[in-house]
Design a binder for this molecule. Structure first.
Ligand code: HOZ
Length: 433
């Protein structure tokens, strides 16, 4: 037993007896990097503290949502005020309407929005909507993109499935898997071939415009435009999964997502993470003629007991209001740039090949000298070196995701001192890798 993680080790043993793998989401179990995940006791600003009293600069931020850091006072106040008025009604509230208006203001190509409780639910709803609207079955997705644990979207998925090298998932029927076609990200020719073969069968192409689940990979010029053009011509739909990208990537406008950053108009948009301010909230947004097919205005069924939950909506609203105040988003982008530039520079000095990628406030490093343009490139990066780096950083108080396929995130709470400390720590660690 390691003294430093003694209480976490005890907690993990207790957890493993009653929770599969001891965790409530697979990538948290540290299976691919080894060791014991610190059990977290609290978070404040850019820091988290584990049950052994260790302090970390947090670059996971609950896998992206906490763009204002932990326990941001405005978000906490909004959530407390909301919960004091009742935690859930299962009935419409005015706040949901105001929130939908606020979100849509940042996504001007989207006309309507339905709130759900997670990104996975948003994907599931979008797939059903696309199939119901087009009357077609096939869905095309990109290798290494992850759209939640929806049966039909787990093929060649990134995130925890890539981290744990799980090739296929028992429980997904052959018919379901057969309705999903996967092609390499950034490969428009491969997508064209699919459309040449089965254009009349494709309900939708779903894409993370800036993937964050195989590490962060910027889209090649013309790739996203090409998807939209192909789907339009074929009468199928483009679904932008902006669950990670939403309110994280648009460094030009400080709000919105990939679609506003690149000036694109998909048919359907998925949101989650930041819009919930750290509470369970997701959304499906889309063009009016598509969205009106959802029940009760249309016949495509979708529902949820906690959908539009007042506490989550209040926290989300407070987050968007804070985040879109002048200077806040730009400040996070600057710190993200500083971090990645710093890490790449100290790696170079230490002779460690490192590819750094960032878009807005999402970033990644890959232990490779080659540009990373798709899932295959990401998988070729040095996994053993990542493991050593990860554990050394953790030991020294820097908390990254325990997987080379997950993005790192910054918040408005991260200070220049946090970034400097992270780069100095990495400089030291790189010398020993
Ligand atoms: N799929 C999430 C990150 N890309 C992981 C969520 C979790 O394990 O908490």
């Amino acid at each position: 037993m390691t003294e430093k993680y003694k209480e976490s080790e005890k907690a993990l043993k207790r957890a493993q007896k009653i929770i599969p793998g001891g965790v409530n989401s697979p990538v948290r179990a540290y299976k691919s990097v080894g060791g014991t995940p610190p059990f977290i006791a609290k978070g404040l600003g850019s820091k988290i503290f584990d049950v052994d009293g260790n302090e970390y600069i947090d670059y996971v931020l609950s896998w992206g949502p906490l763009i204002l850091g932990h326990a941001n006072p405005a978000v906490v106040d909004a959530a407390i005020t909301a919960v004091k008025n009742g935690s859930s009604f299962g009935a419409p509230t005015e706040m949901e309407v105001e929130f939908a208006q606020e979100v849509l203001k940042h996504f001007p190509e989207m006309d309507m929005l339905r709130l759900v409780s997670s990104g996975t639910e948003a994907s599931m709803t979008a797939i059903r909507l696309a199939r119901g609207y087009t009357g077609r079955d096939k869905i095309v997705k990109f290798m290494g993109c992850y759209h939640g644990h929806v049966d039909s979207l787990l093929s060649d998925a990134g995130s925890g499935k890539a981290t744990l090298s799980i090739p296929s998932t028992p429980g997904v029927t052959k018919t379901t898997a057969g309705d999903t076609i996967t092609v390499p990200f950034n490969d428009l020719d491969a997508l064209k071939e699919i459309f040449d073969e089965i254009r009349d069968q494709v309900a939708a192409v779903i894409v993370e415009p800036v993937p964050g689940n195989m590490g962060v990979i910027p889209p090649s010029s013309g790739f996203l435009e090409g998807i939209i053009e192909l789907t339009k011509k074929a009468g199928s739909l483009t679904i932008f999964d902006e669950v990670m990208n939403g309110f994280r990537v648009d460094y030009k406008n400080g709000g919105g997502g990939s679609q506003t950053l690149f000036g694109l108009s998909p048919d359907i948009t998925l949101l989650g993470k930041v819009i919930g301010g750290g509470f369970p909230l997701g959304a499906v947004a889309g063009k009016r003629e598509i969205m009106e097919n959802l029940a009760p205005s249309g016949g495509i069924y979708q529902a949820g007991t906690l959908s539009g939950n007042p506490v989550a909506v209040a926290a989300g609203m407070a987050t968007l209001k804070e985040l879109t105040r002048p200077g806040i988003f730009d400040g996070i982008v600057k710190k993200t740039d500083k971090l990645i530039e710093g890490l790449v520079s100290v790696a170079k000095d230490a002779g460690i090949p490192l590819w750094g990628a960032r878009v807005g406030t999402m970033a990644s490093i890959f232990f490779t000298e080659h540009p990373v343009k798709n899932f295959d490139d990401a998988k070729k990066a040095d996994g053993e070196r990542f493991k050593k780096y990860f554990h050394e950083m953790l030991k020294n108080g820097v908390y990254f995701a325990p997987s080379p396929f997950e993005a790192l995130f910054l918040s408005s709470a991260h200070t220049d001192e946090d970034i400097d400390k992270t780069i100095e720590t990495a400089e030291d660690v790189f010398k020993r890798l």
